[in-house]
Design a protein around this ligand. Structure first.
Ligand code: M6R
Length: 606
């Protein structure tokens, strides 16, 4: 979704902002822009539809010397994708960028039109800019932002600059916003994502909702925070950040997605070590004491499917009831949540608007909240009573791969912590051995990329795809279909194997592909379901036990796997095959794999 970067400091501000925007490209966007204050105190704004590269080209012959600038990558919500609707929006010497949605924009716009204002864009964002401009007739900019902010509804983050004030103001409500400073170098920054500040800021600040952040070179501290009544605020946290961290790069891989797929076996090993032998053991111990009577899991997209995997672990192993729901549904359906139950939220970014809303709902309902989250310090991380980091590292590919595996595995470790045998050394050794076996088997699959690629080449141009699986493999079928849809732009659906005959089988013909996951459990029943597809001339790609000659014979393509000893962890192993299949099918189709059209990495609006 929209990315924001603002910077104030010695010269070179526009370059720092552009570098920050480049880091945020992975979040997904369709236009970009920058505003900067020149030496005469005048704001210059440049914006361009399409890739950030277009903006960079536009700026090539311009004098961008500046000490203060703001930049934005827009993911369109209100108004089409074009230069005018791109951010920043400006009026006179005031400029602003926005991430989020102003739900009452229409009514506010009407009032401002009556005041005599006209609007250049179709966006809700411009409404707030004009509101602040109007309020500034009777109060300073900071106060105008606070007053205007109290009148809008929805979740948003805004950053403002004013040509004469030469300062930056920022504010958020349930939308990501972080600030950063490098005091020795006199840099002050603000962004929607701490990743944009890596290497520039050595301290990061996380303001709470409705806190006005004021970045000013006149202050020794560079940043100060104010509550809604204008008094200095303590409602923020901060942490030291190393400036040594290199922003992620692709290494020798063609795409981040492929790099991230290949990282999984290593991450699986180190996650287990961290929680069993490293610093993570304290967190796991604390969670073990929770003993909830039920878990309410909510999440979105891939994280939701990981939630189904986690449900299978917790119900199967701990016999603790668990509901897994789409966050966008849970938040509005008045869920029945009782004392002693726990809200469990799964998210890579920790900034997904619907998931955050579910967490807030559970707080209101008075139950403890726990997250499985990747980004330490994210809004979800800060909002929950307990957190288990999934430790996937930075995930750049919009299509989530390694985060899914780490979510599932962290869920398995959670289920272990909830078990009575948690303190039993032998039980711990057994699970650690199983995780290590999973990593080894993943390495074997990664060594078979060319075999999977060859199958992808055969099937990438067919009419449609059904991923099927039963029981613990059902979430993997759902996740497999999502992955293929998002990066290869083909129609794919995930189904429980036994369900196809209740309707979707009508779609089967010689142009439809069934990617059938056949684990050792309920194998015969799953094979019968494949026969039903085969009888209707569907193309069968089966992923099943390597020694199953019968399955191999009946399949058009067969990917044999060694399930022995993996048991409940085997879904995470099978999923790797689906990830590679999708990756290579997308590659044959020639799509933008790391930044698929219309998608955003972090979905910060509902
Ligand atoms: O950051 P989150 O894990 O909360 O994101 C949830 C979904 O938006 C995300 O998993 C999305 O479905 C991915 N594009 C899937 O690959």
């Amino acid at each position: 979704m929209c990315g924001i970067v603002g910077h104030l400091g010695p010269m070179g501000s526009v370059d720092i902002v552009l570098e920050g925007l480049k880091r945020l490209e992975y979040r997904g966007y369709d236009s970009s822009g920058v505003s900067f204050i020149n030496e005469n105190g005048i704001i210059n704004t440049f914006k361009k539809e399409g890739k950030l590269e277009n903006l960079v080209q536009l700026l090539e012959d311009k004098d961008t010397a500046s000490m203060i600038s703001i930049g934005h990558t827009r993911w369109a919500t209100h108004g089409g994708v074009n230069d005018t609707n791109s951010h920043p929006h400006s009026i006179e010497n005031l400029s602003m960028v926005h991430n989020g949605i102003i739900e009452n924009a229409d009514i506010l716009r009407e009032g401002l039109i009556k005041e005599g204002y006209t609007f250049k864009s179709e966006t809700d964002s411009e409404v707030f800019l004009i509101m602040v401009h109007s309020l500034m007739k009777s109060m300073p900019l900071g106060e105008a932002i606070l007053k205007g902010f109290s009148q809008i509804s929805g979740n948003s983050a805004f950053v403002f600059i004013h040509g004469e004030e030469k300062e930056i103001y920022a504010i958020r409500k349930s939308a990501p916003l972080v600030c950063g400073t490098h005091s020795a170098n006199s840099h002050a920054l603000v962004s929607s994502d701490a990743y944009a500040l890596v290497g520039v800021a050595d301290r990061i600040y996380f303001p709470e909702d409705n806190v006005l952040c004021h970045l000013s070179g006149k202050n020794k501290e560079l940043i100060s925070f104010y509550d809604t009544d204008g008094r200095p605020s303590k409602r923020y946290t901060s942490k030291v950040q190393s400036t040594q961290i290199d922003p992620s790069d692709k290494g020798d891989y063609e795409h981040f997605m492929l790099k991230e797929i290949n990282e999984q076996s290593g991450l699986v090993r180190s996650l287990c070590q961290y929680y069993f032998e490293g610093d993570g053991s304290t967190f796991l111990n604390d969670i073990g004491k929770l003993r909830p009577s039920k878990f309410h899991i909510s999440a979105c997209g891939t994280a939701y499917y990981a939630g189904l995997v986690v449900k299978n672990f917790i119900e199967g192993i701990n016999r603790i009831p668990c509901s897994t729901e789409l966050a966008s549904e849970f938040r509005y359906r008045n869920p029945i949540v009782n004392d002693g139950e726990v809200g469990l939220f799964i998210s890579q970014s920790g900034e997904t608007a619907d998931t955050l809303a579910c967490q807030e709902e559970c707080v209101k309902l008075g139950v403890k909240t726990l997250s499985l989250v990747n980004v330490e310090g994210s809004s979800l991380y800060r909002g929950c009573d307990h957190n288990l980091l999934i430790r996937a590292g930075m995930e750049i590919g919009v299509a989530s791969t390694k985060a899914f595996t780490q979510m599932g595995l962290t869920g398995r470790l959670l289920s272990f912590a909830l078990n009575e045998k948690y303190t039993d050394k032998e039980a711990r050794r057994e699970l650690a051995a199983k995780v290590s076996l999973l990593a080894d088997r993943m390495d074997e699959v990664l060594g078979r990329e060319s075999e999977i690629k060859a199958i992808a080449e055969e099937i990438y141009n067919k009419k449609g795809y059904f991923f099927t699986g039963r029981n613990i493999y059902f979430p993997i079928a759902l996740e497999g279909a999502l992955k293929l849809k998002e990066i290869a732009y083909v129609h794919a659906e995930g189904y429980a194997s036994g369900e196809l005959k209740h309707g979707p089988i009508a779609l089967i013909d010689e142009e439809m592909v069934n990617i059938a996951i056949v684990g050792p459990e309920l194998k015969d029943k799953t094979v019968s379901n494949i026969q039903e597809i085969k009888a209707r001339k569907g193309i069968i790609v089966s992923i099943g036990p390597e020694d199953d000659k019968n399955l191999k014979k009946m399949s058009d393509y067969f990917i044999g796997l060694n399930f022995d000893g993996l048991e409940e962890l085997s879904p995470l192993y099978v999923n790797l095959v689906n990830q590679l299949l999708s990756y290579y099918m997308a590659k044959f189709k020639g799509t933008d794999i790391d930044k698929p059209r219309n998608l955003a990495k972090s979905v910060t609006v509902e």
